[in-house]
Design a protein around this ligand. Structure first.
Ligand code: IPD
Ligand code: CA
Ligand code: CA
Length: 258
């Protein structure tokens, strides 16, 4: 299965790489920060065409074209281009993210970092990899020595869950905070031990389905801001190396109950 998902991600990645740096057509979605380009749609169409040839009975939940329910046990959860703003503005940080669930549990996940040409993958119970290299989360257990990453949702102007204040809180309690613009890549960097922790609100199932499994299979912990287990529909995500999780939870709580 993982080979099949890698193949689909590679096909989408080729379309994205070909479109990068070109003047691509785009439309607004919910507001002026939230855009979709013709390349997002083409990449998604290629993945869906692959699924319809190879796994025509499976369900699909895809960012740009919505869901197809065939009453299958299996569901493909697809973000064809995670990091559309970066892509549109010529910043080479974006990915293809594909998770496959069986009866609601993610069993396989692939995140393709298109411009670095690195395939992150995980299979439930079998570890996480960057190409052939096995991944493990960072050992650091001190938040003040941590490098963290976050993202801001497209409704940031409404400041959900005090997202701006919480960003500030982490800036002064860690070594550094980054904002890369692709939640799927953020999660892969937690799995790789680059970042000690990642938090964000209002993500979507396709942003986190593959990356959550990749973090967990690398030994990390993924919960909501209160430490509860989450599914891919959660409105909050806290993904860490496990060792700074409670320190990050404490900071998140400073701004009151979620
Ligand atoms: C976005 C990216 C970004 C995150 C946003 C997402 P998109 O996905 O993952 O890092 O901060 O919340 O919506 O729109 O580029 O697929
Ligand atoms: Ca996304
Ligand atoms: Ca997307």
């Amino acid at each position: 299965m993982i080979e099949k998902i890698l193949y689909a991600a590679k096909e989408a990645g080729e379309i994205i790489r070909e479109g990068f740096g070109k003047n691509v057509a785009f439309e607004y979605k919910t507001n002026k920060s939230d855009i979709v380009t013709e390349i997002d749609k083409k990449a998604e169409a290629a993945i869906i065409e692959f699924i319809s040839k190879e796994f025509s009975s499976h369900n699909i939940l895809a960012e740009e074209s919505g869901s197809t329910n065939n009453s299958s046990e299996y569901t493909w959860v697809i973000d064809p281009l995670d990091g559309t703003s970066n892509f549109k503005h010529g910043l080479p940080i974006f990915s293809v993210s594909i998770g496959v669930m069986k009866n609601g549990e993610t069993l396989w996940g692939v995140v393709y970092d298109v411009m670095r040409n690195v395939f992150y993958s995980a299979e439930k119970g079998a570890g996480s990899f960057a190409d052939d290299k096995k991944l493990s989360v960072a050992e650091n257990d001190d938040l003040s020595n941590s490098m963290l990453v976050t993202g801001f949702p497209y409704d940031i102007k409404e400041n959900p869950y005090n997202a701006i204040e919480r960003f500030n809180d982490f800036l002064v309690s860690s070594r550094a905070v980054r904002r890369l613009g692709s939640a799927a890549i953020d999660l892969c960097y937690v799995a790789s031990g680059v970042f000690d922790g990642f938090w964000e609100v209002h993500l979507h199932p396709w942003d986190v389905c593959a990356g959550k499994l990749i973090v967990e299979e690398a030994g990390g912990l993924v919960t909501d801001f209160e430490g509860n287990q989450i599914d891919i529909f959660s409105k909050q995500i806290l993904a860490t190396n496990g060792k700074v999780h409670s320190q990050m939870k404490e900071i998140l709580w400073r701004r009151g109950k979620m």
